[in-house]
Design a binder for this molecule. Structure first.
Ligand code: ATP
Ligand code: MG
Length: 405
């Protein structure tokens, strides 16, 4: 029996709650991103329909086409589909083959026929029965469940032919990239912040990454690790801007002036101030961090308050109420986990105070900062010396890593 080859793909938008103008803008953005992602397949034809995009593959293999599609935010699901002649017998055969080739094999199914072409001699009810019967004859043991089937086999009877599809591949969901503004992601080399960045991107935020390093106290390799993490995130957006902030001066000067239990709070406040200045220059409307409530001393409520109040912009913390196991699960699914757990120094683990405060007092902090008259200028200087580059997806040099581990 001839194998089923997908000749089309059906792409469904997510966020069905959106209405009116927003919906139109949403769909247009997703459509443009689909076209950009599929540039390597110039033969593909596109049709925009209500609530979905139809691709005519013209020979492009579905299994290859679906890979970049699964990374496009705003697409809820993708199905390989087959276009065949409007002929009852051919439709029944193709339906049976399509169901036989599903993996894993479903236990139950239902057929939903939509007859757009009223000239077709059998109405949708009749066709449901005919196609369903053909499938049941071909696959012993398969059952019908009209309420909660494992698989829904859809048949659209159209003017130009019949479209069949049964398999559904999950899309990335969320809002189209960039449709909800721009944010600065504070990207460390850890597990959490890349995940936070991914969730922010999925929610439609265009993300620029900001990393603080304390070279030469932290190594060149730890910067390379952050570049690679940014590169993984760029896999969802095409490219990402990365700002590398030289934090050594600020850090050593703060440490020289104050080395007690509020040190981390002071350093973090300086980071936020620098990030906010970079945000202003980029026109970003938010700061995104990987904070998760209670995880470490700097992530208690009083700490989040004392640190966050250094910036005026809204601070988005996508992981604030997410437990570590769940964060790790997402990190694995976006391919950042293995990279994040590689052992590299973090700038804030230098000069650690013996016991960082979990309950910093903002008045005390402000008075300490008032005794650092050079701080504003040091912050400005770090901003001036920040190196900003574009990281493209898949562009970083992996070989340096490979040789090290
Ligand atoms: P992560 O796994 O993201 O490093 P963490 O649990 O180790 O998080 P912290 O080290 O307390 O937590 O950092 C909290 C957040 O502060 C990070 O998620 C990140 O957003 C930001 N951050 C920390 N260190 C840096 C850095 N060197 N550069 C940029 N952002 C940082
Ligand atoms: Mg960290």
């Amino acid at each position: 029996m001839k194998a089923v080859t997908a000749t089309m793909a059906i792409l469904r938008y997510g966020e069905l709650v959106l209405k009116g103008k927003n919906r139109h803008r949403f769909e247009k953005t997703v459509y443009e991103q689909v076209k950009r992602a599929l540039r390597p397949f110039p033969g593909i034809g596109y049709d925009r329909e209500f609530g979905r995009i139809v691709l005519h593959l013209h020979g492009a293999p579905y299994e290859e086409v679906v890979v970049p599609l699964k990374r496009i935010f705003g697409l809820a699901s993708i199905s390989p589909a087959m276009a065949i002649e409007l002929d009852r017998q051919l439709i029944e055969e193709a339906a049976a083959r399509m169901m036989q080739e599903l993996s894993p094999q479903p236990r139950t199914f239902k057929v939903t026929v939509r007859r757009v072409n009223k000239k077709f001699p059998h109405d949708s009810q009749e066709m449901n029965k005919l196609v369903g019967g053909a499938v049941l004859r071909a696959i012993p043991g398969l059952g019908v469940d009209v309420h909660q089937p494992d698989v829904e086999l859809k048949v659209e009877l159209r003017g130009e032919g019949a479209w069949l599809y049964a398999r559904t591949d999950q899309g990335a969901g969320g809002f189209p990239y960039g449709s909800n503004g721009r944010g600065m992601l504070m990207l460390s080399g850890g597990i959490d912040s890349p995940v936070a960045g991914y969730l922010a991107m999925r929610q439609g935020l265009r993300v620029e990454a900001v990393h603080f390093h304390s070279y030469p106290y932290t190594s060149e390799k730890s910067q390379q690790k952050v570049r690679e993490l940014a590169e993984r995130l760029a896999g969802f957006s095409g490219s990402i801007r990365l700002h590398m902030v030289p934090f050594t001066e600020v850090q050593t000067r703060i440490h020289a002036a104050y080395a007690d239990n509020l040190l981390i709070t002071l350093l973090r406040r300086a980071m936020y101030r620098i990030t906010e200045k970079l945000a202003e220059a980029s026109g970003a409307g938010a700061i995104v961090t990987g904070d998760s409530l209670g995880q470490v001393a700097s992530q208690t409520l009083p700490s989040l308050d004392a640190i966050g109040s250094a910036a005026r912009l809204p601070i988005l913390r996508p992981l604030i109420c997410t437990e570590k196991n769940e964060i790790i699960r997402i990190a694995k699914s976006i391919d950042t986990f293995e990279l994040s757990i590689l052992p590299y120094e973090d700038c804030c683990t230098l000069f650690l105070p013996p016991s960082p405060s979990t309950n910093p007092n903002l008045n005390v902090i402000r008075s300490i900062e008032n005794h650092m008259p050079w701080l504003d200028e040091a912050i400005e200087d770090a901003v001036r010396r920040t190196e900003s580059t574009w990281i493209e997806k898949g562009a970083a040099d992996n070989s340096r890593f490979a040789s090290f581990f």
